[in-house]
Design a protein around this ligand. Structure first.
Ligand SMILES: Cc1cc2nc3c(=O)[nH]c(=O)nc-3n(C[C@H](O)[C@H](O)[C@H](O)COP(=O)(O)O)c2cc1C
Length: 350
């Protein structure tokens, strides 16, 4: 990592914090209780075995995720409340994502109509929590599919943020654009859901979501245990995301870096793709994740802060910096292509 890049990341967050109301910054920063839960240090600690004989050629960063071509394995995580960062929310994020040839997740708690995201022209996946009213889950999924979502991301971990004051929770935010959630439901539909809109996901939701969306692939987000990865695969998932929800799920949780290898091993030999998120901050972290078996990674807070600090140009700059760091890390590791990243896995040597 070039020092300039590391400080750029801090600069986005610093600028964003100056611009944002404190309750918004605290919401973005929040974890389930332990600041170590971000999991950044655990990515820092991964070591690889650089390879030789790889030809020394710069690795091509392009790959595919569920058949969609992306210019690098660095994707943007679904995050709620993006209109609190920028008036155009996910639409603005999508502009940067399109410019970089990446892909974004769009949270069910977005304040932006799907059609506005779709019009930007970046590939996007719709992140869904099962709603307390099953027919409304069906309605919002049908709307996302009709608008052009290329996959569904079923988030299976529920979060419990440790916050200093109740007004940090978006449900308690002052009435205004930033407080709007579930914008792809009508006001009457939102009223039906009341204050407890979502319910825990079940394994049966995977096949059901695929069916009601007309066959969209389902990505299960929030898997940390290899047995849950196997269950998701058996239930019809096309991919899993190893994720601690950015440390927002459980203060006792192991990190994504620790959880990833057994999950990747559990799904080896299947067609189920494995991605990772939580604590990815540098290109070295991305390469570490690929080495441990991820096909792609999702970046959360760095994008959220960049969006708040400088809109699409800042998000684009952040993604571009991560890509060039990854290219350097891959060349240094001596791997001929990112698909070969596992060749540099540390592992036990026999
Ligand atoms: C402000 C914020 C809002 C989020 N909203 C959602 C959401 O609505 N649905 C979801 O599945 N994950 C959500 N996440 C989790 C992200 O998708 C992702 O797992 C996490 O941010 C990755 O960790 P990182 O922030 O360290 O990169 C949110 C995260 C943040 C920081």
């Amino acid at each position: 990592v070039q020092p300039s890049d590391a400080s750029r990341l801090d600069a986005d967050e610093t600028v964003a914090r100056r611009r944002l109301p404190p309750h918004v910054s605290e919401y973005v920063t929040a974890t389930a209780g332990d600041p170590r839960a971000y999991g950044v240090d655990e990515w820092d600690d991964i070591r690889i075995r650089p390879r030789v004989f790889g030809g020394g050629v710069p690795a091509d960063l392009a790959t595919t995720v569920l058949g969609t071509r992306v210019s690098s394995p660095i994707l943007v995580a679904p995050m709620a409340q993006q209109v609190a960062a920028h008036p155009d929310g996910e639409e603005e994020t999508a502009r940067a994502v399109r410019a970089r040839g990446s892909l974004l997740g769009v949270s069910i708690n977005t304040a932006i109509p799907f059609e506005r995201v779709q019009r930007v022209g970046a590939p996007w996946w719709f992140q869904v929590y099962p709603l307390a009213e099953r027919e409304l889950t069906r309605a919002v999924v049908e709307r996302a599919a009709a608008a052009g979502a290329a996959a569904l991301v079923l988030t299976v971990d529920t979060t419990a943020l440790a916050v200093t004051a109740p007004e940090v929770e978006p449900t308690a935010w002052p009435i205004g654009p930033a407080s709007v959630r579930l914008a792809n439901l009508t006001e009457a539909e939102r009223a039906l859901l009341g204050t407890r809109p979502s319910v825990p996901a079940t394994r049966d939701d995977i096949a059901w979501l695929r069916e009601i969306s007309g066959g969209l692939p389902v990505v299960v987000k929030g898997v940390l245990h290899p047995d849950d990865a196997r269950i998701a695969a058996e239930a019809g998932a096309s991919a899993v995301i190893v994720s601690t929800h950015g440390g927002r799920r459980s203060a006792l949780s192991i990190s994504s870096a620790e959880a990833l290898p057994p999950v990747a091993a559990a799904l080896e030999g299947t067609a189920v793709e494995v991605y990772a998120d939580s604590g990815i901050r540098t290109g070295d972290h991305v390469l570490a994740a690929l080495t441990l078996g991820a096909r792609a990674v999702f970046v959360g807070r760095p994008v959220w802060w960049a969006l708040a600090a400088g809109g699409a140009p800042a998000v684009e700059a952040r993604l571009a910096a991560l890509e060039s760091e990854l290219a350097l890390a891959a060349r240094q590791a001596g791997i001929p292509s990112l698909q070969d990243a596992a060749l540099a896995r540390r592992g036990p040597m026999s």
